[in-house]
Design a protein around this ligand. Structure first.
Ligand code: AP5
Length: 267
């Protein structure tokens, strides 16, 4: 993987009291996109690659919650400590808590480089709340990318994942190993095995995905925003497929011609 975007996402990860380092300049056409897909399909990996290509900020609710975990008990709010308990077991965090955390960070939706939402929305209620927020902010989504991968590959990706405790970069023990064991290539931080990547928690997460998040595919298809992208192959190949889908859709928007659901073929 390339080096992560220079934006440290401070305002998203630590809330509005924090200021982002290296904010991107205002772009003519900032990218505003939602990434959907089962746990472990590669949303975070693709968000990091797309962020480098387009300058859009990677807004991950999972990273936000994991950052809250590093706060002392005095710094944690009731909402974050309750959320961490749900997360540890692989269950979805209640909509009210997630919405409170996202709403507190609504300034990030106006990021001059645009944004890549990863892990939000995850329920129909969250999708409705996002739509309302976008209307209030005077923004609209370019697309919703739905990554598709067979279940057997998903489990293999999750069980071998290692995550940097500092910059949150993602590795895999066989498909994307770090140069030095347990050490982040980008910042030298310690790599760890997420506790929700244990077998029991993976089962709970996949069930929660099927029950609560998969219905968003039809929801966004009906809005004419959905693009399905196969998540098989190297991360770079998946990224190129995603960019092709995005460029086609953004071109379509310019000419005001919309497709309902564009599936991208393997290159
Ligand atoms: P979150 O962090 O969002 O987890 P997730 O959706 O389960 O997604 P993952 O981070 O597990 O996987 P990913 O798709 O990003 O894959 P990655 O790129 O890392 O959420 C965690 C928890 O927080 C939830 O379970 C819930 O409790 C809570 N939560 C968060 N948001 C919430 C919300 N909105 N509402 C309620 N609760 C919420 O890749 C996985 C592995 O595969 C890595 O090792 C990577 O190196 C490897 N890999 C990636 N791409 C490839 C490739 N092309 N080839 C080979 N290996 C690859």
């Amino acid at each position: 993987m390339d080096t992560p975007s220079q934006n440290d996402r401070a305002a998203w990860l630590r809330g509005r009291i924090a200021k982002c380092a290296h904010l991107p300049g205002r772009l003519d056409r900032p990218l505003r996109v939602v990434l959907l897909g089962a746990p472990g399909v590669g949303k975070g990996t693709q968000a990091a690659l797309l962020s480098q290509r387009y300058g859009a900020c990677h807004l991950s609710t999972g990273d936000l919650l994991r950052e809250a975990k590093t706060l002392s008990s005095r710094e944690q709010t009731l909402a974050t400590s309750s959320a961490l308990n749900f997360m540890q077991h692989g269950a979805l965090v209640p909509d009210t808590i997630i919405w409170q955390l996202v709403r507190e960070r609504s300034g990030c939706f106006q990021c001059p480089g645009g944004f890549i939402l990863d892990g939000f929305p995850r329920t129909l209620a969250q999708a409705g709340a996002l739509q309302h927020l976008m209307e209030v902010e005077g923004l609209h989504l370019d697309a919703v990318i739905n990554f598709e991968l067979p279940a057997s590959e998903i489990v293999a990706r999750l069980s071998g994942r290692r995550t940097c405790a500092n910059c949150k970069a993602v590795f895999h023990i066989t498909s994307q190993p770090p140069q030095f064991a347990d050490t982040c290539d980008h910042c030298g931080g310690v790599l760890y095995h997420r506790e929700d990547d244990r077998a029991e928690a993976i089962t709970v997460r996949l069930q929660a995905y099927e029950r609560s998040t998969a219905p968003l595919i039809d929801y966004y298809r009906a809005k004419g925003l959905l693009n399905s992208v196969p998540a098989t192959g190297e991360p770079e190949q998946v990224c190129l497929r995603t960019m092709a889908a995005l460029e086609e859709r953004r071109g379509d928007r310019t000419t005001e011609a919309h497709n309902d659901d564009t599936s991208v073929a393997e290159p």
